[in-house]
Write a protein that binds this ligand. Structure first.
Ligand SMILES: NC(=O)c1ccc[n+]([C@@H]2O[C@H](COP(=O)([O-])OP(=O)(O)OC[C@H]3O[C@@H](n4cnc5c(N)ncnc54)[C@H](OP(=O)(O)O)[C@@H]3O)[C@@H](O)[C@H]2O)c1
Length: 273
């Protein structure tokens, strides 16, 4: 009888108890192509998510989709990186949350192609792409557990110069420097920090760009894609799901001894050693 009772308790326990690996992760720019794929991948593993984004309606749509598919708890905060005041509710409430990890996705933001952009333009660019994402990180640091992890999304120009992305080359290098900074400062607190540097990933903006180029050249999307990816050893561009897989690994305890790494997601394109 005692044995039957304990088996029953075990079965009920397994059924009601949340999976022991359920964690809480924060994602900035969660409505981006990368953000949505990362949110889906982490939600699929039953993790709870805090989703930040500029457009609250888009965030709500993402939350609705996740709730329909998975069992986690999803909180959303509207944050506009152009408006520091929009951070206040998030800053107040995040203090009382325990976080297992943060995925820092800076917004997509372009600087002009001028040889040296105007000072205000630079300031705007650094603000959006560097200072504001850091502000989110700063506000959330005291909520990070020991152990926990941060994953920063940068771009391949952190190691590979591309003239057309002249100004973003500089932004990516700033993140590379900050990666080292955070690795050394947060390592003793049990916080790992890694960065992912993707080459072109087939999100909406690149699909549109490739289609436009194909139309201009009078060829199919597939032919244009093959042309553009010919130099890549794997002969293809990555997908948002590839990015999400890499984030899922780096943010998990499976990467428990990996910190300070800038992981290239470029199909082998970079020739740097
Ligand atoms: N896709 C690629 O090939 C690729 C490659 C390397 C690196 N990256 C980098 O990875 C990041 C994400 O790229 P993605 O292609 O996934 O981006 P995306 O789909 O174009 O989305 C851009 C994101 O930026 C957000 N955003 C724009 N202005 C904002 C503001 N003022 N405040 C807050 N959020 C703002 C957008 O919010 P809304 O939804 O409200 O518009 C959206 O979530 C970017 O930093 C990009 O440079 C992308």
């Amino acid at each position: 009888m005692k044995k039957i009772k304990s088996i029953l308790f075990l079965i009920i326990g397994i059924y009601i108890a949340p999976p022991i690996y359920a964690k809480t992760f924060l994602i900035t720019c969660a409505t981006s192509g990368f953000g949505q794929a990362i949110a889906s991948a982490l939600a699929e593993q039953n993790h709870d998510l805090i989703l930040l984004g500029r457009d609250v309606q888009k965030l709500q749509e993402l939350k609705d989709i996740l709730e329909a598919l998975y069992k986690g708890n999803y909180r959303i905060y509207g944050i506009d990186f152009k408006n520091a005041n929009s951070f206040s509710v998030f800053k107040d409430t995040i203090k009382s949350t325990s976080l297992d990890g943060i995925v820092v996705i800076p917004p997509r933001y372009k600087c002009s192609q001028d040889v040296i952009p105007a000072t205000e333009e630079w300031q705007d660019f650094f603000n959006m792409g560097f200072l504001m994402p850091l502000e989110v990180l700063k506000a959330s640091l005291s909520s990070l557990k020991n152990p926990s992890a941060i994953v920063i999304i940068a771009g391949i120009t952190s190691v590979y110069y591309i003239p057309e992305y002249a100004n973003s080359n500089i932004l990516r290098l700033m993140w590379l420097g900050e990666l080292k900074n955070l690795t050394f400062k947060l390592g003793p607190l049990g916080i790992r920090v890694n960065m992912i540097s993707p080459n072109i990933i087939l999100t909406t903006s690149h699909n549109k760009r490739i289609q436009l180029k194909a139309d201009q050249e009078g060829i199919s999307f597939k032919d244009q894609l093959e042309k553009e990816s010919a130099e890549i050893p794997l002969h293809k561009f990555g997908t948002a799901e590839d990015v999400a897989e890499a984030v899922s690994f780096l943010i998990s305890e499976r990467a428990g001894h990996i910190t300070g790494v800038n992981l290239l997601l470029d199909g082998g394109l970079s020739r740097a050693y």
